[in-house]
Design a protein around this ligand. Sequence first.
Ligand code: C2E
Ligand code: CA
Ligand code: CA
Length: 551
Amino acid sequence: MAKEQLILEHCRYLSYAPISHSVVMESVSRMAPEYHLKRMVWDISEAEKFMPNSKERILTVFDEAGDEEELGEALEFHFRVEAEGVVVVLLYPGEIPWTQEEKEQLEVLTDITFLYLGRIRYEEMLRKSALTHFKTGLPNSAGYIAEAAKLLRRGKLKNYNALYFNLRGFGTISRRYGETEGSNIIKRYADKVREFLLPEEILGHLGGDNFVALVKKDHMQEVILYLGDVRVMAYRNSIEMPVHISSRVGVYTIPNDVQTIGDIIGLPAVALGVSRNVTHESVVFVNEDMVNRVNWQKQLEQLFAPALRNEEFQVYYQPKVDSRTNELVGAEGLVRWFHEGKMISPGDFIPPLEREGGIGQLDMYVLRHVCADIRHWVEEGLEPVTVSVNFSRRDLADEELAMQIDEIIRTFGVDRKYIQIEVTETVDELEHGMMTKFLNSLWDMNISTAIDDFGSGYSSLSTLRNFRVSVLKIDRSFINNDTLSEKDEIILRDIINMARNLGIDVITEGVERQDQLDFVNKVGCFLIQGFYYDRPLPKAKFRERLLEKKY
Ligand code: C2E
Ligand code: CA
Ligand code: CA
């Protein structure tokens, strides 16, 4: 077979086959069967191992992507015959005397290598773009992890701290300067921080205003100080002005015996969350408690699917009572997890499931069980009450959610008046939009809805104005304050009044004591859910309440 034809055939072969080390090996040895190819240099780190001195040449090949000249030079790849076979390495011409026959075969092999390198070059380009953030050109999470893995392999990772930081008030900056300039500011910020860090330190951009960095332990103080105030130029209406950007930072001190890179993003992220939600300090170091939380999260990811399958989750029912008549008027379905003989409370698994995404499945599971129970009670001849089921805000991203809820209710043949959907209010604009759609769909389907935990966050009157809901659930923080101020009372009274005028029912949660009940009644709310009447009850116990209906 003529050489050209051979190459053509193999060119096809190479470009169709998913390229891999073994593919090339196979194709090369088919063309030159007398050479037993042991291995082939195919990336920089491999090349380093093989020929410490050849690094430069190979780097040239990879780095000057697109430069024909440089690639031409790379054709000076040759093959050195070793005792055990052939190894493909970079050699300068003339170093080893080749026979004529060898030369011809080597030429063929060289051509294939050329094709192969072209392919690698292309893949390298793809890989690089998959590893960097398009906006800043910094490593993205995958690229950052790859860099960390390199440090780990070289035993150097222990000299670093892993940071996760987030710009304070970037939302405001971005609103003030507009989205495009906001983007530019991020880019300039990234450039400045990159410049400040040492060359051997790594800066990654996870997207938005979230950054990660591996900072040398002995350089930490300075970096923290620097991140406290980074001055970046910003332009508005062609006027240049500096903005001062500070960050919240989560810091994970990488232990000396570090074995994996698994936690270098997750752990400082947890510390950052603690900074944002709990301590409000600019810098928070990872502590043991946070490590446990992350470990629990990982464990949970393993346990959750089997737990769902094995029906380890049970629905408890907490009665809702009309305090004017002491009558049972409804209930909230609250999930409980029984795992290996002990009960895990929702506070331990709902937030991690919300972060990781499993919550949607759980909420549907609860809805199905509530529907099944109601169906069962009806079949028994009992008159059920409306049971509310919690849906996490995380679920709202699924546009079909309302339809799926409707479908489950239908499937179980339950009268929809017995089901109510609870969601917590939100200040996030994106979520706000999704929430409006969701609540409207449910409204149109005649499924009643409740805003949960009202008053716990940044409650707003716009919640009342914008959402079509049936019920407002006043958060227990409103009444569990020992020193309820006169202002609280006024606000609460007004909210209740307003809601009533809008045709929205109001229920107060977490009423435990007589004085709290009195207070709530005084401001005009009579629907009560709280330990004062009942705790969340297992199904059988709640059934007894359904029989009684009276307190
Ligand atoms: P939530 O929706 O606000 O539920 C009310 C929580 O307050 C329940 O806690 C309930 O047991 C508790 N509670 C009720 N009355 C009183 C009282 O008088 N005093 C005190 N101290 N607490 C009272 P629970 O069952 O531990 O649930 C905690 C949270 O977990 C719920 O808060 C809800 O956000 C979430 N959750 C529970 N089940 C589900 C579910 O199926 N799906 C979703 N997405 N979240 C759920
Ligand atoms: Ca609730
Ligand atoms: Ca609540």
